[in-house]
Design a protein around this ligand. Structure first.
Ligand SMILES: [Zn+2]
Length: 338
């Protein structure tokens, strides 16, 4: 991520967003508050950083920061006083009201060097209710030189009052083939298609996951998922075997598989396509076998259970119990074996 930023690489699937943003800048009509929304791992934060960088640069060229002026050097050293990052103090925690109050005091002053002061809030959906209310007051009277960039992959979790005071830019997810070819250029010695699948189509996420050896975790969960489906392992044992895999990844991967299965129920051709393509053997077997034995109502219940689990990820959940419950629901979907 850091390297990508330093290279100032323009991601191809950002081009429509960049055009829109460049239009705002060219016409001097930059919204005072802008939400960058889209799926996780598609480079929204990178885009927000690049736009901030461009706006603060003293000598921008071809809609890019020059990288060598005084302002650029300050940004690259993370010491530019007019560029303020607001994030949770700990990953996964909320952004608290004290942070927004402290910010409000700073905003009454003029920017130090630049024409603008940029406040980048990421992830914006992590503002807790009080912090969001405090931000709302600031957004009502932002001051003419302050620009707010809010980055989120959960737009619907942002209060409607905040959304109504911002313009929203939807950052698109690249087509799968574009994501694979982008990743393959950066990681020529790795299986880009497989990594994109593991990252549910998100190329930046796939890039970051590639170094963490997460493929083995994915394969383990995939085989357990299939064994559960076939009744070859019980949910309690299966849950305990996943203990080394990050819980958020487990929920994300299973959700992705279940969504695929729901889609196949409505469009069986999709299953044929995936079953005969380059999908992993385990997933293909499930897809082929499920055509006649799936209980759609239970599948939707499982999906709801997974969304609920995702919402609970930041709280102190009992992971073993959570996973057992999910696995039991999954077993009950296969009317043949459970
Ligand atoms: Zn510059």
């Amino acid at each position: 991520m850091k390297d990508l930023h330093l290279n100032n690489e323009q991601l191809p699937w950002h081009s429509s967003c960049r055009e829109q943003l460049n239009g705002y800048i060219a016409n001097n009509r930059i919204p005072h508050a802008l939400i960058l929304a889209g799926h996780e791992g598609i480079g929204k934060m990178l885009l927000a950083q690049q736009i901030s960088h461009l706006l603060l640069c003293d000598r921008p060229k071809n809609n890019q920061a020059c990288g060598s002026c005084h302002a650029c050097k300050l940004i690259l050293a993370a010491t530019h006083p007019d560029f303020i990052m607001v994030s949770p103090e700990e990953e996964g925690k909320s952004i608290l009201i004290d942070r927004i109050r402290a910010l409000a005091n700073t905003l009454t002053l003029k920017p130090h060097y630049a024409k603008y002061r940029i406040i980048l809030i990421n992830p914006a959906h992590k503002l807790n209710r009080n912090a969001a209310n405090a931000l709302l007051k600031t957004l009502e009277e932002p001051g003419e030189n302050n620009l707010f960039l809010l980055v989120t992959d959960q737009l619907e979790s942002l209060p409607a009052t905040i959304r109504s005071r911002c313009q929203t830019l939807h950052v698109p997810t690249p087509e799968q083939c574009d994501a694979i070819s982008w990743l393959a250029k950066r990681l020529p010695n790795q299986n880009a298609a497989r990594l994109i699948k593991i990252a549910a189509g998100s190329p930046i996420k796939a890039f970051n996951l590639a170094e963490s050896g997460v493929e083995k975790d994915y394969e383990l969960l995939e085989s357990l998922w299939l064994e559960l489906y076939k009744g070859q392992i019980d949910p309690i044992t299966a849950a305990s075997k996943t203990e080394k895999i990050r819980l958020s990844l487990i929920i994300e991967w299973i959700t992705h598989w279940v969504v695929e299965l729901v889609q196949i129920q409505f469009d069986p051709d999709l299953g044929q396509l995936k079953g005969s393509g380059q999908e992993a053997a385990g997933a293909s077997d499930i897809l082929k076998d499920l055509q006649s034995s799936l209980d759609l109502r239970r599948l939707f219940d499982l999906l709801e259970q997974l969304y609920q689990a995702k919402r609970l990820l930041d709280s102190s959940v009992n992971r073993q119990l959570m996973l057992e419950a999910i696995f039991i629901s999954w077993c009950s979907i296969n009317k043949k074996s459970c």
